[in-house]
Design a protein around this ligand. Structure first.
Ligand code: COA
Length: 162
C-alpha cells in the first residue's frame, strides 16, 4: 500500500505552481488579503508587483497557484555578488493559510536555487512574525545576527564555500 508523501509539517504532498503572472493573475494578486495581525509584516501584494515592474528592477514576480487557483504571491532576485537568491514578498491569502502552501512555495524556490547552482538563499522577516519563522526554520534557514532595518536576515547555505 502506498502512503501519501508528507512534507515537514505533515501536510500531504502539497503541489504548488509558481507562474509568471498574466493580467488575470495580477488581478488575483491584487485581491490577496493577509490577517489583521499580519498587515505590519508585509506591504500590499500589488505594491510588490509594482516593485517588480519598475525599470531595471532585480525582482521577478510569481503568482502562487494551488489546485488551479491563485492563492499567493512571491518574488525573487539574484544577488550576483555572492551568488545568492533572495526571496521576498511571500504572501498566502489569509483564507488559505495553514495548509502547507507557504512551506511548499519556499521549498520549490530552494529546489530551483539548488538546481541553478546558487550558493545561498536569503530572506528577511519581522522578528514577531511567528508563521514566517516556522516556515523558514523548518526548511533549514538560520537566523543571522544581521538585520535589514527591523527585520531578521536568515540564510540557507546550499553548498560549501570551496
Ligand atoms: C508566512 C505565510 C506565508 C505562511 O504561509 P502558510 O501557507 O500559512 O504556511 P504553512 O501552512 O506552510 O505553514 C505555516 C505554519 O505556521 C504555523 N503558524 C501560523 N501562525 C502561527 C503562530 N502564531 N504561532 C505558531 N505557529 C504558527 C502554522 O500552524 C503552520 O505550521 P504547521 O504546518 O506545522 O501547522 C503566511 O502566514 C502569510 O502569508 N503571512 C502574511 C504575510 C507574511 O508575513 N509573509 C512573510 C513575510 S517574510
Amino acid at each position: 500500500m502506498s502512503m501519501p508523501r508528507l512534507n515537514a509539517a505533515g501536510h500531504a504532498g502539497v503541489q504548488v505552481r509558481l507562474v509568471d503572472p498574466d493580467a488575470d493573475a495580477r488581478a488575483a494578486i491584487g485581491r490577496l488579503q493577509v490577517g489583521p495581525e499580519q498587515v505590519a509584516f508585509v506591504a500590499p501584494a500589488a505594491s510588490y508587483l509594482e516593485m517588480c515592474d519598475a525599470p531595471n528592477s532585480p525582482w521577478l514576480p510569481f503568482a502562487v497557484e494551488r489546485d488551479g487557483a491563485i492563492v499567493g504571491f512571491v518574488m525573487t532576485a539574484v544577488d550576483p555578488t555572492d551568488n545568492s537568491l533572495c526571496i521576498g514578498g511571500l504572501i498566502i491569502d489569509f483564507a488559505q493559510q495553514g495548509r502547507g502552501t507557504g512551506t511548499a512555495v519556499v521549498r520549490a524556490l530552494v529546489e530551483r536555487a539548488r538546481a541553478t547552482g546558487y550558493l545561498l538563499v536569503a530572506l528577511t522577516y519581522a522578528p514577531e512574525n511567528t508563521a514566517a519563522r516556522v516556515v523558514y526554520s523548518r526548511l533549514g534557514f538560520v537566523e543571522t545576527d544581521d538585520k535589514d532595518g527591523n527585520e531578521v536576515i536568515a540564510l540557507l547555505q546550499l553548498r560549501g564555500a570551496n
